[in-house]
Design a protein around this ligand. Structure first.
Ligand code: HEM
Ligand SMILES: *[C@@H]1O[C@H](CO)[C@@H](O)[C@H](O)[C@H]1NC(C)=O
Ligand SMILES: *[C@@H]1O[C@H](CO)[C@@H](O)[C@H](O)[C@H]1NC(C)=O
Length: 530
């Protein structure tokens, strides 16, 4: 089955800019219409992100793509495109465009508001059918289309890309058994393990309610009050918070998922993706420079590299635990504030994904992309911890608000396989609204039927504790940071701590005295130098 929104990406990029005749015709047509539109000129920049319009023009060598019409279809008369001295209310072209303009915005994601997207494919490279029966993993060499969105966490749609932040990398696999979403971050551990704290965490990292400025007092206050977030703090305050590009960024799904094989034997896995280019960061001064000079630097880098054929790729790994491993791990492996140390649970490669297509329409294909940890496929049961349960609810709730109840009928979110539901009507898109099929269940008139249960294992029940993560940060995570990354932590922290009150500064220093006294000492020195 062909997915229209994905295949529409296969338009070739014309490399040749030489159709002078076509340009002459275009210019003379514009002159004949008396239009004020300027003919395009090729700019000097070699960047594909600067050439989008010229590339489009080259793809229509015969001139205009067609007659301008109202949204209702009636051709627009050229006099309607000039408003002066006209009765504007009767100018339907004016009404059509002005009223639509006021409705162009939809709510932005309340977290991860700024993002970039790309499309490509996932390919299986190693056999993991022993642990997971999901069909998209069933055969070495098998490929599945994917959509990926990169984001920062705390900013808004217009925030500069290089503002230091935890980064998101969300993947939608369009499998033959429905969409499977992995909604990952570039930190191997999350900030909290109790979902009740999530709204407050978001408020603490967002704008101050009075100054409307992001306030490091609230962020560091919250972070230093929560003993479980030390692993998270290491990533946030190191230069990993400013990746050199989206192409060179880790992605951790964090949660330990329960999966099962054909026989119903459960295993427990963490999904991790390592960039084939390696992880690379930029330092704070470089990031600050770019935030001013090219606020969309990471977006542009991704777009230009894909347009130029430098397709970024990631190797996909699983850390695999048996039920026995879960019991004997010595800590709660379902705790999202904990990492699973690699010496204890090695990374098993099983696939890779490659991004080889830019979006053609950003709003349709990236702003409307909707990921949810609840989008699971047979063989992948989800994670048994409380955060995962909260996320299943929260992303759906956010999509209902942001995109409406028919979110999965939006082309970029709709699965590749055939869908039959008893959902009907509601805010568009409804598409065919399932035509004339029965709209209630059960029914006696050949409506869709569920299959006999395919899942053999049951999601296990876990009891969670509220212990901290400082030993892990000290013993396992910090040692995996490069020397430069370790050096970046006191430098960045001291800068962030400039406006922070004394008692919160003291807490930060006390925390780092346990994680690494050298870092604590450096923070103190750098604060004194300021
Ligand atoms: C209780 C915990 C959490 C809640 C309630 C929560 C909720 C949300 C919501 C509502 C969104 C916006 C969705 C949208 O509008 O499309 C979002 C975005 C996101 N979240 Fe979470 N989240 C939680 C924890 C996490 C964790 C643990 C991770 C990663 C392991 C994560 C990664 C992301 C990413 C990458 C996005 C951006 C997705 C995109 O690109 O569209 N979140 N989160
Ligand atoms: C351009 O015009 C020529 C001649 O009329 C026609 O054969 C061709 O299909 C047109 N190309 C496009 C892309 O419309
Ligand atoms: C930061 O990176 C830039 C560009 O790579 C480099 O020129 C500069 O020396 C670096 N600054 C520090 C403090 O390391």
């Amino acid at each position: 089955m062909v997915k229209s929104v994905l295949t529409s990406h296969s338009k070739p990029f014309p490399g040749c800019f030489s159709d002078i005749m076509a340009r002459v015709i275009l210019i003379s047509m514009l002159a004949l219409c008396g239009s004020t539109v300027q003919a395009y000129e090729y700019g000097p920049s070699p960047r594909p992100s600067d050439q989008q319009l010229t590339v489009f023009a080259d793809s229509t060598p015969n001139g205009t793509i067609g007659l301008l019409t109202l949204s209702s279809g009636k051709p627009v008369e050229v006099h309607e495109t000039v408003g002066l001295n006209d009765n504007l209310i009767r100018n339907l072209y004016f009404l059509d465009s002005l009223t639509h303009l006021a409705r162009e915005r939809i709510p932005e994601r309340f977290v991860h508001g700024k993002g970039s997207g790309a499309f490509g494919y996932f390919e299986v490279t190693h056999d993991v059918t022993g642990v997971c029966k999901a069909k998209f993993l069933s055969e070495i060499g098998k490929t599945t289309p994917v959509a990926v969105r990169f984001s920062s966490t705390g900013g808004e749609r217009g925030t500069p890309d290089t503002t230091p932040d935890i980064r998101g990398l969300a993947i939608k696999f369009y499998t033959e058994e429905g969409n499977f979403d992995i909604v990952a971050l570039n930190t191997p551990a999350f900030v909290i393990k109790d979902p009740v704290l999530f709204p407050s965490f978001v408020h603490a990292i967002k704008r101050n309610p009075t100054s409307n400025i992001r306030d490091e007092n609230s962020r560091l206050d919250f972070l230093t009050l929560r003993p479980e977030d030390r692993n998270f703090m290491l990533t946030l305050y190191s230069d990993r918070a400013t990746p050199a590009s989206f192409r060179e960024m880790f992605a951790f799904a964090i949660h330990t998922y329960q999966v099962e094989n054909e026989d119903g034997v459960p295993s427990f896995v963490r999904f991790t993706f390592l960039p084939d280019l390696g992880n690379r960061n930029m330092n704070a001064s470089e990031a600050a420079r770019l935030a001013g000079e090219d606020p969309d630097y990471l977006t542009r880098d991704l777009f230009d590299n894909i347009a130029n054929g430098n397709y970024p790729s990631w190797t996909a790994y699983l850390q695999i635990l048996s039920l026995e491993d879960v019991k004997n791990a010595g800590f709660d492996v379902f705790d999202v504030t904990k990492i699973l140390p690699e010496h204890q649970f090695p990374l098993h490669p099983y696939g890779r994904f490659v991004l080889n297509q830019n979006p053609i329409n950003f709003f349709a294909e990236v702003e409307q992309l909707a990921f949810s940890p609840g989008n699971l496929v047979p063989g992948i049961l989800g994670a048994p911890d409380d955060m995962f349960a909260a996320r299943i609810f929260s992303y759906r709730d956010a999509h209902n608000y942001r995109l409406g109840p028919n979110v999965n009928k939006i082309a970029v979110n709709s699965p590749m396989n055939e869908v039959h539901t008893y959902l009907r009507d509601g805010r568009s898109p409804v598409n065919d609204n399932e035509d004339n099929a029965p709209n209630y269940f059960p029914n006696s008139f050949h409506g869709a039927l569920p299959r006999v249960d395919d899942q053999k294992s049951k999601l296990i029940v876990v009891l969670q504790n509220d212990d901290g993560s400082i030993e892990q940060a000290r013993d396992y995570l910090l040692p995996t940071f490069t020397p430069e990354e370790q050096e970046s932590i006191p430098r960045n922290l001291a800068r962030f701590m400039r406006p922070v009150v004394d008692f919160i500064r003291k807490r930060v220093i006390e925390i780092f005295e346990v994680i690494d006294p050298y870092i604590a000492q450096k923070i103190v020195e750098q604060l004194q130098e300021q």
